[in-house]
Design a protein around this ligand. Structure first.
Ligand code: SAM
Length: 278
């Protein structure tokens, strides 16, 4: 079987996915250990029997709904190549909005930044890479996810992040922060989306947060004042329909300059507030 015909077969098998041809190419590129350009350059090249078997197995997993990032074991986020596993959330493009908003609000000379619920390390590592003067502390309750985040720091050559195991603020013993960022679990416990698509394969503890999805956002907002410097920022990713609730929680907790930043679809996605302790 040639590269060309293998791709045509796989694209047909994956026709139920949004980007069947692209995914077929990414899976085959992984199997042959080459780039997608190679597949276009050598369409008539024959695959070996082991390559054909391995490709068929990967395409079958994808056809069963397993996320592409889990099959490949990696996902790109903010130009970083991140390992992802069943222990981590797959970093989402909308989370890059939080990174952009954080970079726009960091003190010019850097400072201490906490990323609560770091998962694969996506946010912490993007901020650390963009702001070498920052000292980033990444907290995660899942030991499995924390190990992946540490590995991602190492593979990407990023040294200005400290990883701490524990729940939200509990492992943060020392000093205050110029900024706290978090993309916490925020899906309602009974949301039917949890049983569909990629979400079925991701850890429930990374996704769901109580009856209204706001349990963890409330805990993080309530605790932030004890850990932020005066003038420090809190930035929180939330669900597309939670902007009013999260900004109300920020105002009730005494935050100033509260705003909800929209994603590309125009839905509020990242709530921000500035700690104004007197
Ligand atoms: C929505 S995921 C976000 C992961 C990553 N920050 C990202 O944006 O891709 C939420 C993360 O919070 C972690 N988490 C959940 N409850 C936690 C808690 N009480 N303390 C610390 N981390 C927690 C989960 O394990 C998960 O990794």
């Amino acid at each position: 079987m040639t590269i060309d015909s293998a791709l045509a077969d796989a694209t047909a098998r994956l026709s139920a996915t949004d980007a069947a041809r692209l995914e077929a190419e990414l899976l085959l590129a992984a199997v042959v250990g080459q780039t997608r350009t190679y597949l276009y350059t050598w369409p008539e090249r024959e695959l070996t029997a082991p390559q054909q078997q391995r490709y068929a197995a990967l395409v079958a997993r994808r056809a069963m709904g397993e996320p592409l990032a889990h099959i490949l074991g990696r996902r790109e986020f903010w130009s970083l190549e991140l390992r992802v596993t069943a222990d981590t959330l797959i970093p989402r493009p909308e989370t890059e909005l939080l990174v952009e908003a954080a970079l726009a609000r960091l003190p010019p000379a850097g400072g201490r930044v906490a990323d609560l619920g770091t998962g694969s390390g996506a946010i912490a590592l993007a901020l650390a890479r963009e702001c070498p003067a920052c000292e980033v502390v990444a907290v995660e309750r899942s030991a499995g996810a924390l190990a992946v985040a540490e590995e991602n720091a190492c593979c990407n050559g990023i040294a200005n992040v400290t990883f701490l195991h524990g729940s939200w603020y509990e492992p943060l013993k020392r000093g205050r922060f110029a900024m706290i960022v978090s993309n916490p679990p925020y899906i309602c416990a009974d949301d039917p989306h949890l049983k569909r698509g990629d979400l079925r394969f991701e850890p429930l503890s990374a996704l769901s947060s109580g009856a209204d999805g706001l349990d963890d956002l409330r805990l993080i907002i309530d605790g932030a004042g004890a850990h932020l410097l005066p003038g420090g920022w809190l930035l929180l990713e939330h669900g597309y329909d939670q902007g009013a609730a999260v900004t109300a929680l920020l105002r009730a907790a005494g935050f100033a300059a509260v705003a909800d930043l929209p994603d590309l679809q125009g839905h509020g996605r990242v709530a921000v507030g500035q700690f104004s302790a007197t």
